[in-house]
Design a binder for this molecule. Structure first.
Ligand code: FES
Ligand code: FES
Length: 167
């Protein structure tokens, strides 16, 4: 039986050549092999969404994926959001609207929302509610998370509109 396999993972724009057990989850590789502990692990069986990352732009539960399954994919974790020590627009909206309390669920919600807004830049409040319902938060009551995502979407549309007007 093969103890380890060689994989070439693309995470947050960097390549990583790793020798890992074939059944090692993406969540464990991110946290324990790459030190990207922003991805949290709660239930480890696909229910809570704390481990959500982007795989080729789409939100995915990293506890349900073997790392070998994403060898050819572009993986993004919460560490990819901010730049030069500054929070991203979405992170700032979560802070401004108190979309987090203990923060355990927050990386998963951020990556869920980031992937969703990339695909749907003009969602209704009801659509946002349906999307964030896929992840579990025991603190906020969800309204502030919905507020944050809605505000970020509006800010991005305003910026895109202004940029379009300059052309
Ligand atoms: Fe992956 Fe809960 S830890 S869904
Ligand atoms: Fe505590 Fe969501 S902020 S679980």
């Amino acid at each position: 039986m093969t103890d380890v396999v060689l994989v070439d993972l693309h995470v947050n724009g960097e390549r990583h050549d790793l020798a890992i057990p074939p059944r090692r989850t993406l969540a464990d590789v991110l946290r324990h092999d790459l030190g990207l502990t922003g991805t949290h692990v709660g239930c480890e069986h696909g229910v809570c969404g704390a481990c959500t990352v982007l795989v080729d732009g789409a939100p995915a539960r990293s506890c349900l994926l073997f790392a070998v399954q994403v060898e050819d994919a572009d993986v993004r974790t919460v560490e990819s959001l901010g730049h030069d020590g500054q929070l991203s627009d979405l992170q700032r909206c979560f802070a401004a609207h108190h979309g987090l309390q203990c923060g355990f669920c927050t990386p998963g919600f951020l990556m869920l929302a980031e992937g969703y807004l990339a695909a749907e830049p003009d969602p209704s409040r009801e659509q946002i509610r349906e999307v964030v319902a896929s992840n579990l938060c025991r603190c906020t009551g969800y309204q502030t998370i919905v507020d944050a995502v809605q505000d970020c979407a509006a800010q991005r549309r305003a910026i895109a509109g202004a940029a379009g007007g300059e052309e």
